[in-house]
Design a protein around this ligand. Structure first.
Ligand code: KIV
Length: 263
């Protein structure tokens, strides 16, 4: 049976951790879901890992639709979330709805959008029209030029409060899930305790409802200096399937991320 929003909500109620990985094609989609990954994220990180760009800013709606179709072909169990790329949802709720429909038609079950309270009208608009939404706060790569680099967010009392307030308003507006990227573990824990929707962390400590990593990073394909929150699961595995199974087991048992991977 396909993982649904209801399944994920039940996992939260039962304290079962949600294992998420990014995925961009059918072959990996089959391997990942057969290894126990609950949710596949067709992330706009494909701009970095597939297209070789330094940012996600040049990824297009057509790119996301193409890769969503590829992933959908390879799965029948995992829930598929697709990123709405930069510039395809920020203009108005109507623009977001029009483009989200194309992503859902390509096979996604939920769309992901970056941003805090500024996105609440858009989330409400999508949600009221039957489109599940995952919000994304903390380090939001589409705002990289404004943020001034890939660095920890919410590390002062004031900025932590803003992020917590954003999380509350996103849930209130109808978000079904929340990705929290590069924030202190203590803040992610507080948000997870405050909200009732699933929270998925990346560089946000292990007190989240689940974890996500970029597939290429967890397979040890990271180029350059490895950021602290990434673990190379291929290092101790004989095959890609074994590495992914080890990731799923480490997330489900709460062993990943350990203190060495959090802030
Ligand atoms: O695009 C992506 O892969 C993401 C994850 C890093 C959460 O948004």
């Amino acid at each position: 049976m396909r993982t649904s929003l209801t399944t994920l909500q039940k996992m939260v109620e039962n304290n079962e951790k949600i294992a998420v990985l990014t995925c961009y094609d059918a072959t990996f989609a089959t391997i990942l879901e057969n290894s126990g990954v609950d949710v596949l994220l067709v992330g706009d990180s494909l701009g970095n890992v597939l297209q070789g760009e330094n940012t996600t800013l040049s990824v297009t709606l057509d790119d996301m639709i193409y890769h969503t179709r590829c992933v959908a072909q390879g799965t029948d169990k995992a829930l598929i979330i697709t990123d709405m790329p930069f510039g395809t949802y920020q203009t108005s709720p109507e623009q977001a709805f029009k483009n989200a429909c194309k992503i859902i038609a390509a096979g996604a079950h939920m769309v992901k959008i970056e941003g805090g309270h500024i996105m609440t009208d858009t989330i409400q608009f999508l949600s009221q029209r039957g489109i599940p939404v995952c919000a994304h706060i903390g380090l939001t790569p589409q705002s990289i030029h404004q943020l001034g680099g890939y660095k920890l967010q919410g590390n002062s009392e004031k900025s932590a409060k803003l992020i917590l307030d954003d999380a509350k308003s996103l849930e209130k507006s109808g978000a079904n899930m929340l990705v929290m990227e590069l924030i202190p573990a203590k803040l992610a824990k507080k948000i997870t305790q405050t909200l009732s929707i699933p929270t998925i962390g990346i560089g946000a400590g292990n007190n989240c409802s689940g974890q996500v990593l970029v597939l290429h990073d967890m397979l040890g394909l990271f180029q350059g200096k490895k950021p602290r929150f990434i673990k190379d699961f291929m290092a101790d595995a004989q095959s890609i399937q074994a590495a992914v199974e080890n990731y799923v087991a480490a997330v489900k048992t709460g062993q990943f991320p350990s203190t060495e991977h959090q802030f």
